[in-house]
Write a protein that binds this ligand. Structure first.
Ligand code: UT7
Length: 350
């Protein structure tokens, strides 16, 4: 049997920090509301395009695995905020990395993009199409944010996470997953004006308007991730008590707590970094897993459960069996260019 081991991991967080207090200088909101309703304290705002964040995260994952750019056979880039639609964004990562032997594919399932990308890469490795892949979840949601709308502006941030996957005989990597979508409810989370639908109306990037029914999304997020986790546990024959670590999508601490209770998971086993980054959409779950590894929360042979949810309304859960290695084999020298602006300056350019 062939598996797709996660043998490299990396993240790239832009340096500019937007705090709850920063947001309260722009909007009718405050730290107490944001913290108590979401668990978020700050988020990052990018000064570079998403492909730059993605490339640095990918270079770090590659170095962590002890591999060279020319080894890479496939790059799958999950995001909603691609710099351009044609050519695709993964080809830009290939070019910047010098990974000239890699096939390149983009995946957009909103916040679950990094996890859907993980499924595609795993399946292509397991089936023998390729022997390895870089999987990226990256987002610069700040570029499509409606900064006048407190319902959404406080919730999101920018970032990137990446993994290097390679074929392996021992059971490791994704061992079961469940993917789905509540397409009938797709309008309750929509970034109107982002895409070609309204091109004939002359809508510009600045005409972006978010449709966001928070409470309905909340309910769907819980039920989608709940059913995905139940399916994964049933499929794999694993009991919830056997899970060592849960690394969920970080959209709201209350969503995570509700899900944890429903699934009767031990709260101490749940990894949380929402306070640092808010919801980074496609980057959220990948960055959370990278940080869980860095913080020593992942052990060889143990089971990790990763539920996720996003626009579409897409939902997913992945069950991972961690491989042998939890330390990095090397570091990349690739860095982002310096940022000479504050986060507030970046989101209010004029
Ligand atoms: O990645 C997947 C996508 N995202 C999600 O899954 C998010 C799902 N939804 C949520 O996390 C929550 O519904 C929110 C955090 C978005 C909102 O929390 P809530 O507890 O559902 O609040 P609410 O929408 O019911 O609003 C409660 C009050 C309202 O005021 P009134 O009508 O009671 O006077 C809102 O206008 O809070 C007000 N409000 C705010 N107040 C201060 C909404 N946003 C803010 C804000 N600051 N930023």
């Amino acid at each position: 049997m062939r598996y797709a081991d996660i043998s490299g991991w990396g993240k790239c967080l832009p340096p500019a920090i937007l705090s709850n207090n920063d947001l309260s200088s722009l909007l009718d909101t405050n730290d107490e509301w944001i913290t108590s309703r979401t668990g978020m304290k700050e988020r990052r705002i990018s000064h570079v395009p998403v492909s730059s964040l993605a490339t640095v995260a990918a270079a770090r994952a590659l170095a962590c695995a002890g591999k060279q750019a020319l080894d890479v056979e496939l790059i799958i880039f999950g995001s909603t905020t691609f710099d351009e639609m044609c050519p695709n964004a993964s080809s830009n990562v290939q070019k910047q990395l010098g990974a000239t032997n890699a096939a390149c594919m983009d995946v957009n399932t909103a916040c679950t993009s990094g996890m859907y990308a993980l499924s595609v890469a795993t399946a292509m490795i397991k089936s023998g199409v390729v022997n390895n892949a870089i999987v990226i979840g990256a987002e610069v949601i700040s570029t499509v944010m409606d900064w006048n709308n407190r319902n959404v502006a406080v919730l999101f941030g920018d970032g990137a996470g990446a993994f290097y996957l390679q074929a392996e005989e021992q059971e490791s990597g994704v061992i079961a997953e469940s993917l789905g979508c509540y397409g009938e409810s797709r309008e309750i989370l929509a970034v109107n004006g982002w895409g070609l639908k309204n091109a004939s109306n002359g809508l510009l990037h600045s005409d972006i308007h978010w449709a966001f029914e928070g409470q309905e999304i909340f309910k769907k997020a819980v039920s989608g991730m709940d059913q995905a986790c139940q399916k994964v546990l049933a499929k794999s024959g694993v009991d919830a008590a056997d899970i060592s670590l849960v690394v969920p999508h970080q959209a709201n601490l209350r969503i995570i707590d509700t899900l944890t209770k429903r699934l009767k998971l031990d709260r101490d086993k749940v990894f949380i970094n929402i306070q640092r980054y808010g919801n980074m959409s496609a980057a959220t779950a990948p960055v959370a897993l990278v940080e869980a590894i860095e913080e020593g929360r992942v052990s060889p042979g143990k089971l990790v459960l990763m539920p996720a949810f996003g626009g579409g309304l897409t939902w997913s859960a992945h069950l991972l069996r961690w491989g042998e290695r939890t330390h990095s084999l090397g570091e990349s020298e690739m860095q982002l260019p310096p940022c000479d602006k504050t986060a507030l300056e970046l989101i209010t350019p004029d």
